[in-house]
Design a protein around this ligand. Structure first.
Ligand code: ADP
Ligand code: MG
Length: 249
């Protein structure tokens, strides 16, 4: 569904992505793990066309994106639903209108169709009965779920999450992670989750790619990564074991 081939991106003299190549299969949940400042967000931005790669290719659903016209790229972008770290809801709009916003903007739909799609999206994230509330009247965890509903309402084939659980408490983190898993499986999307949480990657991912300084240090299934010899992966693993032990207490 998605393939990166020798992707390179620099800012000035600073090389951020140094020739990355990997694939994401259709229907797969792929986690990209790495310490902060390693180029994870830059990678996602290249994928959705917010940044243009210096070299290399990005294939999405059978099309190489650098050769596309602006219009063709817009069509591709519609297939990609991006969930940012911050919920970034419109404070002056109700939950309903926040979720309906993209639908109104991109499609010509009747009010009944919008109602149906918003209702469906909100029930997918287990939110019901808060349609008329304002974002400031609901918890941060709920706001995150509204922002997820807003993205899935557009029925993307590809779901991209940039650090969806950073800054959340453990209970909400767990809820958001399972929501990602359920949504991806229910909607049969191809999903990329950028994270630095090895624990949840091991639990949820089909495959994991570990990045360091713009390069892949290891990749594989959770079972394969548990046996990794790469020092950074071992670091991540021992951290996640420590958390597991703490949670077991
Ligand atoms: N638009 C930009 N202009 C200049 N430098 C950038 C830009 N975006 C990201 N960078 C730099 O690229 C590096 C990787 O950033 P980023 O992908 O955001 O890291 P992370 O892995 O934490 O998501 C950082 O050093 C950051 O300062
Ligand atoms: Mg980032």
């Amino acid at each position: 569904m998605i393939e990166f081939i020798k992707l390179e991106k620099s800012f000035g003299s600073r090389k951020v992505l140094k020739g990355l190549s990997f694939k994401v299969g259709e229907g797969e949940i792929l986690f990209i793990l790495g310490t902060s400042g390693t180029g994870k967000s830059v990678l996602l931005k290249n994928l959705v066309g917010l940044l243009i790669p210096d070299a290399g290719e990005i294939w999405i659903d059978g099309q190489e994106t650098s050769r596309l016209t602006e219009l063709e790229y817009l069509e591709i972008r519609k297939k990609c639903g991006m969930v940012f770290q911050q919920p970034a809801l419109f404070d002056s709009l109700t939950v309903f209108e926040n979720v309906a916003f993209g639908l109104r903007k991109h499609y010509r739909l009747s009010e009944d169709q919008i109602k149906e799609k918003v209702g469906k999206a909100l029930s997918l994230v287990n939110l019901k009965g808060i349609e008329n509330k304002l974002p400031t009247q609901i918890s941060y965890g709920m706001q995150k779920r509204v922002s997820l509903a807003r993205t899935v309402a557009l029925e993307p084939k590809i779901l991209l999450f940039d650090e969806p659980t950073t800054g959340l408490d453990p209970v909400t983190t767990n809820a958001v992670n399972h929501l990602i898993l359920n949504l991806s499986r229910t909607l049969k999307t191809t999903s990329i989750v950028v994270s630095h949480d090895m624990q949840c990657a091991l639990e949820i991912a089909d495959r994991i790619v570990v990045l360091d300084q713009g390069q892949i240090v290891d990749q594989g299934t959770p079972a394969e990564l548990r046996k990794s010899k790469a020092p950074l992966v071992i670091d991540f693993l021992s951290e996640s074991l420590a958390i597991e032990a703490q949670n077991a207490k």
